[in-house]
Design a protein around this ligand. Structure first.
Ligand SMILES: NC(=O)c1ccc[n+]([C@@H]2O[C@H](COP(=O)([O-])OP(=O)(O)OC[C@H]3O[C@@H](n4cnc5c(N)ncnc54)[C@H](OP(=O)(O)O)[C@@H]3O)[C@@H](O)[C@H]2O)c1
Ligand SMILES: [Zn+2]
Length: 385
């Protein structure tokens, strides 16, 4: 659990609301990477300016954040205000609707971070609370709430997981040297950010070449952190017999390959506890569809440029995180983050939106979102001309 929050005296009501919602987000983050296909949700019950109950949704199938917060508050919930980072649900799923639990607990006011993104249910929880005479405020710290659950929101709206392409490159745009050597491009601090990023994702994908060249672990390297499912896409299965990824005692691994590819190697993987699945066509698009069916919200692409280009072309990447180290390695054949996209003129380039950048130690992290419609239209137009 988190350390208790001390609330400064004499703060404005709006500042108090923001502070409570930030606390909800902190609580929600305690379950990072563990709630899919559900969202991360935190809740705080406040009575007479004091926190009397806190809770978060620990994982799918468990009660929702509001329920834990109400339980902790007990009788003090009557007449209280509850802050919750996502609109309370209004349907019977694996647990009864939270809107009903809030009404039964007798809360006087509900402060909601963001509306449920599912167009079929959006607003229904809020409407039910209002119909029961409860005051409801919506949209406190909304941007932060949306960001925390961007994978969940994307999954609900697009029926596939959010794809995040992450890479580390030198200042001259290389993700490895001429010889394929790539450890390490970035500093310790950047690498520990990558570990946190993995902890927040449901799966991390690499291509066969990255396994052959780098022998990566793809774990969070944290004692208690959640490890994502490690996914290898390899049509050839021409992979080493010993690799860190086959050590499934540390984290689970899934190898995706083509139908009929190297049955002996598949057998060897199965004996090591690695899950193997054959696809008639091994494409990023179909892989994302499969990961959606597994209930995943966020998928991290940590592959080299060959697979990254395919993933972008097939709309399996929505967000890009580029770590840039102030180093120059040179090398005409040194690999770059994104292979061929079939674009030839700079005016066709994919221009990222909502771009942010910050320094991480001595490296720089650039974050942005691919313009989804444009990716499809642009790449289609280019390939048909
Ligand atoms: N700095 C970084 O952030 C970073 C990250 C990752 C990798 N790297 C570097 O990148 C280099 C490897 O780059 P890469 O581009 O060759 O590797 P890659 O993109 O990770 O892997 C390409 C491989 O993916 C497999 N694959 C399966 N389905 C595919 C599909 N539909 N389209 C394309 N590939 C598919 C194939 O494996 P099979 O041949 O086994 O069938 C293919 O050879 C290494 O030197 C590594 O060190 C750097
Ligand atoms: Zn609920």
């Amino acid at each position: 659990m988190l350390t208790p929050l001390t609330v400064p005296s004499n703060i404005l009501d709006s500042e108090f609301d923001a502070l409570m919602m930030q606390r909800c987000l902190q609580l929600a983050r305690l379950a990072l990477g563990r709630t899919s296909p559900n969202p991360l949700v935190g809740a705080v019950v406040v009575k007479d300016g004091e926190i009397v109950g806190e809770g978060f949704h620990p994982r799918a199938g468990d009660p929702h954040g509001e329920v834990f917060a109400l339980r902790a508050a007990g009788e003090r919930a009557r007449g209280a205000t509850i802050y919750v980072s996502l609109e309370p649900c209004n349907h019977y799923g694996r647990t009864p609707p939270c809107s009903l639990s809030l009404i039964n607990a007798g809360v006087a006011k509900v402060v909601v971070g963001m509306v449920d993104p599912n167009p079929l249910v959006a607003g229904a929880g809020i409407a039910r609370l209002r119909a029961a005479g409860i005051e409801v405020i919506v949209g406190v710290e909304e941007e932060a709430c949306q960001k925390l659950n961007e994978g969940f929101v994307y999954r609900v709206l697009h029926k596939k997981p959010l794809g995040i392409l992450k890479y580390a490159m030198t200042l001259d745009g290389k993700i490895a040297s001429n010889s394929g050597h790539s450890t390490w491009i970035t500093n310790n601090q950047a690498r520990s950010e990558v570990h946190q990023l993995r902890a927040a994702c449901d799966a991390v994908i690499v291509g066969g070449n990255t396994v052959r060249r780098d022998n990566p672990h793809l774990t969070t390297h944290q004692q208690q952190g959640h490890n994502p499912l490690r996914v290898v896409m390899s049509a050839s299965l021409n992979l080493p017999e010993n690799a860190h990824l086959w050590d499934t005692g540390v984290a689970p691994t899934l190898v995706l390959t083509r139908e009929g590819s190297s049955p002996n190697f598949q057998q060897m993987l199965l004996q090591k506890g690695v899950e193997v699945l054959e696809f008639p066509l091994l494409t990023p698009d179909l892989v994302m569809a499969h990961l959606y069916d597994r209930g995943f919200c966020s998928v991290l692409w940590e592959c080299g440029g060959t697979l990254a280009a395919r993933a972008i072309a097939e709309n399996a990447v929505q967000k890009v995180l580029a770590f840039i180290a102030p180093k120059i390695i040179g090398g005409l054949d040194a690999p770059t983050p994104v292979g061929d996209l079939g674009l030839s003129s700079m005016t066709e380039s994919l221009v990222l939106e909502r771009v942010n950048w910050r320094t991480v130690g001595c490296d720089c992290l650039v974050e942005g979102y691919l313009p989804q419609k444009t990716v499809n239209q642009q790449l289609k137009t280019t390939s048909s001309t």
